[in-house]
Design a binder for this molecule. Structure first.
Ligand code: NAP
Ligand code: MG
Length: 489
């Protein structure tokens, strides 16, 4: 059992000096309306829901809930902006707007990072050094493509598709918004975007930036709500394309719903990545890669290295080093610059993680957890690893989306390839070895969209990202990320 730490213990009980990021310069709008046609407006039915800080359960703001009539309003605004302005605009002019958005995000990066961390629970080190810099990098990258589409698709004309409905999850809130918006705008489409229910605040800040950048009204509309709002977007008959990132279950529902409608769609769904460590790997580096692979962003990562395969001859060493390293991970205040593992995003997600830890034990797995204390208020989960599990265990097959690693061993290359591919998912994977030939052999044989070699969780706007099998279809990022937003003629 973890010992309980009271909030008042924060300053005394930790074995380091907390250095929380200041929130003095942050302005959180207390009542967030819908952003439609370039203006903030209340929802038709006047309903609002709250978003909280999962690290202390305190309410941060109220957020407007969009129903069908609001979705319709947003789609109409997007259609008008598409027909009258955005699709007709000179591409180099479109590019200038997107560059402007990128620069404004850079200027306000600190504010965005702090709000991202408060609303979602991720460590400030990650929102500050990874999420928000990647957000502006995505806008910069796609701004560059806006007037170069004839080079992207030689001999073809790239025509926009129309109005895109975009639905995103809570694990990388603003980054997922950037992945969706930047390529859609660069190719001349207009957008209705719905952030996740637990993390709407940075998207609402982005709406402020879109106003400041003077984007023509209706080009980007941002509306909040739950699954019903998402469904209303998917089912709206004047939407031309759905871009969805989220769970495989909802992805399947969306596929059924758009079948036969002529709507284009891309689905970025769940994962259960294999992180493979060979005996000839640089073991200390590999251990860091395993830690980053599963505990980055509390394991709320679609491409998390949640299945570790370690070659039998080095298994004891790797597991012992992993346990030592887990002890040094700091779980706590996400705003603290020392924190490695922040808060679990929601109570619901915490319950799901705990359920899987129970299942893992009931099915015979042995669990190890770090001895860190956990704050009393908020949603927390100490990092855990499971051994004594096999291919048929549910925690090996199903996505947990939390800081829980399932470890198995292997003897030969063929064996590990077969085991790694024995999953309904195919989003990502990692291979750690000193031998280049083994890297090529393994990465070619694993059916996953992204394979990292001697590193993990590296992202770049120039590099396409996406899955095979139940991890989805379509790519985001890179030149490939333009494809879902154009008709080539
Ligand atoms: P989720 O429950 O599928 O929700 C994703 C988004 O869809 C949210 O905005 C959600 O609204 C909305 N939604 C829920 N039901 C809907 C419906 N019937 N129709 C339309 N929209 C609906 O997933 P999540 O729990 O937020 O996110 C975690 C999942 O996302 C994991 O499986 C993870 O692997 C995946 N993910 C994949 C990638 C990738 O690139 N492949 C990246 C990040 C995350 P609410 O917020 O109100 O529920
Ligand atoms: Mg929140």
């Amino acid at each position: 059992m973890n010992k309980k730490i009271n909030k008042s213990d924060f300053k005394t009980d930790w074995s380091y000096s907390p250095a929380p990021e200041s929130t003095d310069h942050i302005k959180i709008v207390k009542k967030n309306d819908l952003f439609i046609n370039g203006k903030f407006m209340p929802p038709e039915k006047g309903k609002y829901f709250k978003t909280i800080n999962p690290a202390n359960e305190q309410k941060l703001a109220d957020v407007a809930e969009a129903d069908k009539s609001d979705v319709d309003k947003a789609v109409k605004a997007a259609r008008k902006a598409y027909d009258k302005v955005w699709s007709k605009m000179d591409p180099s002019e479109r590019g200038k707007y997107i560059y402007r958005i990128a620069r404004l995000i850079q200027e306000r990066a600190r504010e965005f990072s702090v709000i991202e961390t408060m609303d979602g629970g991720k460590p400030i080190r990650e929102s500050r050094d990874i999420d928000i810099p990647l957000v502006s990098a995505h806008f910069f990258y796609y701004a560059g493509w806006a007037d170069k589409l004839s080079y992207a698709f030689p001999g073809k004309q790239a025509k926009p598709i129309g109005v895109a409905g975009q639905i995103i999850p809570w694990n990388f809130p603003l980054l997922m918004a950037a992945w969706k918006l930047a390529p859609a705008l660069a190719t001349g489409n207009t957008v209705v975007l719905k952030p996740a229910e637990t993390t709407p605040l940075t998207a609402m800040k982005l709406a402020e930036i879109i106003q400041e950048a003077d984007l023509p009204p209706g080009v980007v509309n941002i509306i909040n709500g739950d699954g019903k709002t998402g469904r209303a977007i998917v089912e709206h008959e004047d939407i031309n394309k759905i871009a969805f990132t989220g769970s495989t279950d909802v992805g399947k529902m969306i596929m059924k719903s758009v079948a036969g409608t002529g709507k284009k769609y891309t689905l970025e769904l769940g994962g259960k990545a294999a992180n493979i460590i060979f005996e000839d790997a640089a073991i200390d580096q590999a251990v860091e890669g395993i830690i980053d692979g599963i505990f980055f962003n509390q394991g709320h990562v679609c491409c998390a290295g949640s299945r570790l395969f370690v070659q039998e001859s080095v298994a004891d060493t790797v597991i012992s080093k992993l346990k030592d390293r887990m002890e040094s991970l700091i779980v706590g205040d996400p705003l603290d610059k020392n924190t490695d593992i922040g808060a679990i995003n929601s109570k619901m997600q915490l319950e799901k993680i705990k359920m899987y830890v129970d299942i893992g034990q009931k099915e015979g797995g042995s669990v190890h957890q770090s001895s860190c204390g956990l704050p009393e208020k908020g949603y927390w989960h100490a990092p855990r690893l499971f051994t004594d599990v096999s291919q048929s265990h549910r925690i090996v097959q199903e996505e947990i989306f939390g800081p829980v690693l399932a470890i198995q061993t292997f003897r030969t290359v063929d064996e590990v390839i077969a085991k790694a591919n024995n999953t309904p998912f195919g989003l990502s994977g990692g291979v750690w070895t000193d031998k280049g030939s083994k890297i090529f052999q393994v990465s070619k044989s694993i059916r996953a969209g992204v394979l990292w070699a001697n590193t993990f969780n590296k992202f770049d706007p120039t590099s396409p990202f996406g899955g095979y099998k139940e991890s989805g279809m379509g790519r985001e990022g890179g030149l490939e990320g333009l494809m879902p937003y154009v008709n080539l003629v």
